[in-house]
Design a protein around this ligand. Structure first.
Ligand code: UDP
Ligand code: MG
Length: 312
């Protein structure tokens, strides 16, 4: 008996990827159109300032075997929000999140589909076998996985390339937080997961859209989105510093009263000042982060604003 073909939506966030659109749609059609049906590519244009809007209008007509849905943001909201918008639009039996630069090989989705049905999971994380990325990205990934997983209650997979079922999509749709962080949300939902691997391809055209600063910001957002533990650390640090300073004071008293030694004044004072000042600044900043997020969330602004949309 011929197995019935499953419907699939592929969510692709794109920011200045005009040159990659054609190769991407070509690859997807070539590798997946015979496996999934209907096959829909949900392109979320994260406010590109290249010729993506014009280009996609022309290209979309050429593809008859797949359905293309294009959503254009009014400005650049960042990849995470673009992914959320794509997921919000997904209605098919399966949904995949994929980068628009062809670093994620579409054929991996066939393996992912086999695995998700095979082990009866809700989501398959498609992790990179080896990262062919820039040095600063390696540096960013180094330790970050550890940090994120220390703070998070649930295992966080460090990949944006995923394949999930409708149930996962419907659950994720309910999350409307302003600092939507895909990897964190996927871990929080508590889905049954599996993992397969892919070999990272070279970027087809253009260069990475993530600068060092953008990566650092993403890293901080990631930790804050999955956990409030950093606030707890502030309390521990406070307790530790208070106890340490009591001991320090006692030892000074001991030196002065019992041993009769004069206490060197400015050195100890300076040490205390800088130490406490530093800790206070650090945690003020940290608390500010959470307050800031709460402030933004309290306004209940829309996560993104769509300029216009069309389908082929
Ligand atoms: N992207 C996006 N908005 C941004 C930055 C990136 O939608 O502000 C998209 C980008 O077009 C690509 C994907 O996110 O499809 C991954 O970005 P990139 O390839 O630059 O990241 P890297 O692979 O270098 O980590
Ligand atoms: Mg890339």
């Amino acid at each position: 008996m011929i197995q019935e073909k499953k419907s699939l939506d592929i969510v692709v966030p794109v920011y200045n990827e005009s040159e990659n659109l054609k190769p991407l749609l070509h690859e997807i059609t070539l590798k997946l159109a015979d496996v999934f049906n209907p096959l829909t590519v949900i392109l979320v244009d994260d406010g590109s300032n290249d010729d993506t809007p014009v280009n996609i209008k022309n290209i979309a007509k050429e593809y008859k075997k797949i359905s293309i849905k294009y959503f254009r943001f009014t400005r650049n909201y960042g990849k995470e929000i673009a992914v959320k918008c794509g997921i919000d639009q997904s209605e098919s039996e399966f949904c995949s999140i994929m980068d628009g630069d062809l670093q994620h090989p579409p054929e991996s989705l066939i393996e992912a589909h086999k695995k998700i049905t095979g082990i009866n999971a809700n989501i398959i994380y498609i992790s990179p076998r080896k990262r062919i990325t820039h040095f600063h990205q390696k540096l960013g990934a180094f330790g970050y996985k550890k940090i994120l997983n220390t703070f998070s209650k649930h295992k966080v997979y460090l990949t944006d390339f995923t394949f999930m079922d409708k149930k996962s999509v419907d659950l994720i749709k309910q999350f409307n937080e302003s600092d939507f962080y895909t990897r964190g949300i996927l871990s929080i939902v508590g889905l049954i997961s599996g993992e397969i691997f892919y070999t990272v391809q070279e970027r087809k055209h253009g260069k990475t859209k993530f600068s060092f600063a953008k990566l650092i910001n993403l890293a901080i957002d990631g930790v804050i989105s999955v956990s409030t533990k950093p606030l707890r650390i502030a309390i521990y640090a406070g307790i530790f510093v208070s106890i340490a300073s009591i001991f320090f004071g006692l030892s000074l008293l001991f030196e002065k009263l019992i041993l009769g030694q004069p206490i060197p004044g400015f050195a100890t004072l300076g040490f205390g000042m800088f130490f406490l000042g530093g800790i206070q600044l650090l945690f003020l900043g940290l608390i500010g982060e959470y307050v800031g997020k709460t402030f933004i969330q309290a306004k209940k602004r829309p996560l993104y604003t769509i300029d216009y949309q069309f389908s082929n």
